[in-house]
Design a protein around this ligand. Structure first.
Ligand code: FES
Ligand code: FES
Length: 907
């Protein structure tokens, strides 16, 4: 121990600590300053950034001895009481905060920059912030927030519009679009601050790992560490003798079923006989501190008899290791081939991808006298509750699941991961038990966007009309069926893109391997299909000498046409408008770039792709939302809204909808969400369903409340009035539900609604290095009613950033089931210096069942961006990349092959 003296947030501090202890651990532990976040613990993500002597440092790799006699500023020391610092205010004003997990580090890195450089250029900003990742925003609004803060700190007063140098957006009415339901526009349609934004900007929002209870203990897993083997010996004696260790919890301690899974409970909580992938769990070591638990978990000895595993899609296909299938056949393919002037085929190999949420998974379980409470980083509170009932052997109503604010989700937190172990540990220990994964544990355990291999063939006639689609899809599920079959089904329904295709054969298989798990990820299987269909459609257009926008327009779905799934579309189909508007804006944008290229080895390319995505989980599942409203005696309204916010703006949107529906200000609303004990039942926070379903429930509950208030007339209201509304979207059917298809006739639908989009990417490609830079994105979206423009723009920019990363760099490969990436920095996620310009066009084509005509936005924007970039690469260099990602090495290899082929032809 060493005495360390320093100034912390303007106050002198003297402490006796281990000089090697990280500053992050000191701040979060000893000083309970939880605003500084732990995103990786290894110096890669920037979430833990604080200022030491005015300079930004990563507190997770800064030892306390470096702080001696220094000055430390954390996010808690930035605001002046209730008075936000201009940087915090600027982040809120431009909408630069989504989940908020990166925000404290980002704001402090900005302060360091602006203290040194009051007039930063965009390059200066990108240099200063390029080591701070944000997985949500795509960085556009962060750059603009820094510019706004800089101007205000110079005592200038530019408007938010004046600093929008990286984006423009317009809201337009499409052709033949019905009138939107009337609104006052006082709050709805305005870019109000994020409801929890002040807490996020000041670091006071409590994420799961920030929560402490007085008698809390900590759990660390004993992982399999191998990819397949029979357990022949387990020895925890040394671990049990380690300091602070209280217990090693194993399968025999589970009071009920020792299996977990959000829907399919087939994964053992603690393996008994065999392990099936690198992150199967054998036990949980519980100790007084997290460090003690982790140290002891390393000392548990497990001997295995290794067993052969399956590590590629081909191996799994050969072994017939099929978890589930999908199938859809319509029309006559042979006849359609005869009618096709152009037939194109492509085999695609698409790597798995990590979500890269800034917040690792965390859960706290504790037992009550006759029940249990779980705090957890989940998108699925009610599904987790159902799962835990069988694990804890308790009735569902005795279990309370609280979904803590999520530091990013993107689908990764809709599968169950560590909740079961935390709940069992709380039950066994009769004390709160917290488990928080390290970044590497999170990367190895959490589900990934599935690796897919596809084989697509399409045929088009001389006019460019699609005649047929013949598609095979194979996905690598890992060893357990989390949501793999559902993802495959969805990939199949959307295999034909947003187009009318009269003859279809789609066959899919989800395969069981011993790789890391596949699961939900923004787009839910549609992305892999979109890569295949959208690049082939481009190829077909080229062969016909047709404009790529035109071929999409000719085939676009319309009201009265059917999807590949067989659904007759009856309302809110905005795809044609998005194609037309994207075309117009892209042509205009290209005028500015054309004259600038080529620049030496750098060439220009432009690519387009369209997409559509379900709003609502559909496929025969319930799509529901709920709202309980209480008019308090002081006139305020308390809203219990069913849903989970993971940074996508759910809570803010619900506030705006209620404010509009009741004609009140958002200041008059108290909002409660994400708690199974306090809200009506709702399904997972997935599939862009919450705005539609819960938003509708809010509107209906508001009508009930208004009626009840009106009934009071002039009588003073002296007791709270409570109303509730549970909304269920219209019945949907699964792809292969033949009975439902017959019964429903033209009312057969796969999903409650759809969102449509067309996006273009303008890129610069260096033919010497293979490097691609996306210069500009043009994104035209049919979102239905726009509830909050900043939120919608932020969702599009964040999603496009993910789509670009997926096209160019991101991958999570493994060798024989062992991932070759351990650190956040190895994920190669987009950084701030790669931010393209955005031109966003929002077409408000109202959805009748949505609140005030709204639909959803958070996922669909990922869908076309990846194929748009791939098409732009072709446009720039004449190479078709079908093995993703299109890394510089991959691009150079393709350029080399193209050269060799053309030389061969010339010989
Ligand atoms: S937590 Fe320190 S850099 Fe990630
Ligand atoms: S807002 Fe930046 S990581 Fe979520």
């Amino acid at each position: 121990m060493t005495k360390i003296s320093f100034i912390l947030n303007d106050k002198p501090r003297v402490t006796d600590v281990d000089p090697k202890m990280s500053l992050l651990k000191y701040l979060r532990g000893k000083d309970y300053l939880k605003g500084t976040k732990n995103g990786c613990g290894t110096g890669h993500c920037g979430a833990c950034t604080i200022l030491l002597n005015g300079k930004p440092v990563r507190s997770c790799i800064t030892p306390m001895e470096r702080v001696q006699d220094g000055t430390v500023l954390t996010i808690e020391g930035l605001a002046n009481g209730d008075q936000l610092h201009p940087i915090q205010k600027a982040f809120l004003d431009v909408g630069a905060i989504q989940c908020g997990f990166c925000t404290p580090g980002m704001i402090l890195a900005t302060k360091a920059l602006l203290d040194q450089n009051p007039h930063p250029t965009i390059d200066d900003i990108c240099q200063a912030l390029k080591h701070n990742y944000c997985r949500c925003t795509g960085y556009v609004k962060i750059i603009e927030a820094v510019l706004l803060a800089a101007a205000r700190m110079r005592n200038e007063e530019p408007s938010v519009e004046e600093v929008r140098c990286f984006e423009s957006s317009v809201i337009v009415k499409g052709q033949n679009v019905p009138e939107l339901p009337p609104i006052s526009g006082k709050v709805l349609g305005q870019s109000i601050w994020d409801t929890d934004g002040v807490k996020k900007a000041t670091g006071s929002l409590r994420f799961c790992d920030d929560i402490e209870f007085p008698d809390m203990v900590y759990g660390a897993f004993v992982w399999s560490g191998i990819t397949r083997g029979k357990i022949i010996h387990f020895d925890d004696s040394e671990a049990l003798a380690m300091p602070g260790v209280l217990r090693v919890i194993k399968a025999e301690d589970v009071p009920g079923d020792n299996h977990y899974g959000t829907f399919n409970q087939e994964q053992e909580i603690f393996c008994i006989e065999e392990v099936h992938f690198i992150s199967d769990m054998l036990a949980l070591v519980v100790a007084e501190t997290m460090e003690q638990a982790r140290a002891a978990a390393q000392k548990v000895k497990v001997e295995y008899e290794p067993l052969p595993g399956l590590y590629t899609i081909k191996e799994a296909l050969d072994a017939e290791a099929v978890i589930g299938t999908s199938s859809r056949q319509v029309g006559d393919l042979e006849q359609a081939k005869k009618k096709s002037t152009v037939v194109v085929n492509g085999e695609y190999k698409i790597e798995r991808v990590e979500h890269g949420c800034m917040e690792p998974e965390s859960a706290i379980g504790y037992a009550l006298a006759d029940g249990a409470v779980i705090y957890t980083t989940t998108q699925s509170p009610f599904e987790i509750r159902r799962m835990l009932a069988s694990i804890l052997n308790l009735p569902e109503e005795k279990i309370r699941v609280i979904a803590t604010p999520l530091g990013g989700g993107f689908g990764s937190k809709c599968d169950a991961h560590i909740e079961s172990a935390a709940a069992v540990a709380g039950y066994v220990m009769k004390r709160p038990v917290k488990i928080t994964l390290t970044r590497q544990e999170s990367m190895y355990l959490s589900t990934k966007r599935h690796a897919f291999e596809t084989d697509f063939t399409i045929g088009v006639d001389a006019e460019g009309k699609l005649q047929f689609l013949d598609a095979k899809l194979y996905s690598d599920a890992g060893p357990y069926n989390n949501l793999s079959v559902a993802v495959l089904q969805q990939a199949s329904i959307f295999a034909g893109g947003p187009y009318v295709i009269p003859n279809v054969n789609v066959q899919g298989k989800a395969l069981r391997t011993n790789n890391v798990l596949g699961g939900a990820f923004r787009g839910f299987g549609i992305n892999q299909s979109a890569i295949s269909i959208e690049t082939l459609l481009d190829e077909a257009a080229e062969k016909l000498g047709m404009d790529p926008f035109e071929i999409r327009k000719i085939n676009a779905l319309k009201i009265g046409t059917r999807t590949v799934g067989g659904e007759l579309l009856k309302q809110s189909v905005g795809i044609s408008d998005t194609i037309e508007l994207c075309k117009r804006h892209t042509q205009k944008a290209m005028e500015a770039y054309k004259g600038l290229y080529p620049q030496g080895s750098k060439v220009l390319g432009v690519g387009v792709a369209s997409g559509f995505k379900n709003v609502g989980v559909g496929r025969g599942n319930r799509d529901d939302g709920g709202c309980i409203l209480t008019r308090e005696t002081d006139g305020r309204v308390t809203m219990h809204a069913s849903g989970v916010d993971m940074g996508q703006g759910f809570r803010t949107a619900m506030m705006q909808i209620l404010a509009e529906a009741l004609d009140i200000s958002t200041d008059q609303i108290n909002l409660v969400s994400s708690d199974t004990a306090k809200t009506l039942f709702h399904g997972q926070a997935v599939s862009e369903r919450q705005t539609l379903n819960t938003g509708r429930a809010v509107v209906e509950a508001a009508k009930l409340l208004k009626k009840r208030i009106e009934e009071h007339g002039d009588t003073p209201i002296d007791a709270p009035i409570t109303v509730e509304y549970a909304f269920s979207a219209p019945q949907t059917y699964g792809l292969e539900d033949a009975e439902g298809r017959k019964e429903a006739g033209d009312d057969y639908r796969n999903y409650p609604s759809y969102a449509y989009t067309t996006q273009a990417a303008i890129i610069e490609l260096d033919t010497d290095t293979g490097e691609v830079k996306v210069l500009k994105v043009i994104a035209a979206h049919d979102t239905g009613r726009v509830i909050n423009p900043h939120i919608v723009e932020g969702q599009i920019e964040g999603s496009c950033s993910m789509g670009i990363g997926y096209a160019l760099r991101e991958q999570f490969p493994s060798v024989d089931g062992i991932p070759n990436k351990k650190y956040y920095g190895q994920l190669e996620l987009p950084t701030i210096d790669e931010t393209p310009q955005y031109d966003i066009i929002l077409v408000e084509d109202p959805e009748p069942i949505g609140p005030f005509g709204a639909k959803g936005i958070s996922e669909v924007a990922t869908v076309p961006m990846t194929p748009a970039v791939l098409n732009a690469i072709y446009n720039a260099a004449g190479i078709r990349i079908r093995n993703l990602p299109a890394t510089p090495e991959n691009i150079l290899e393709h350029i080399k092959l193209k050269k060799q082929t053309s030389e061969h032809h010339n010989d």
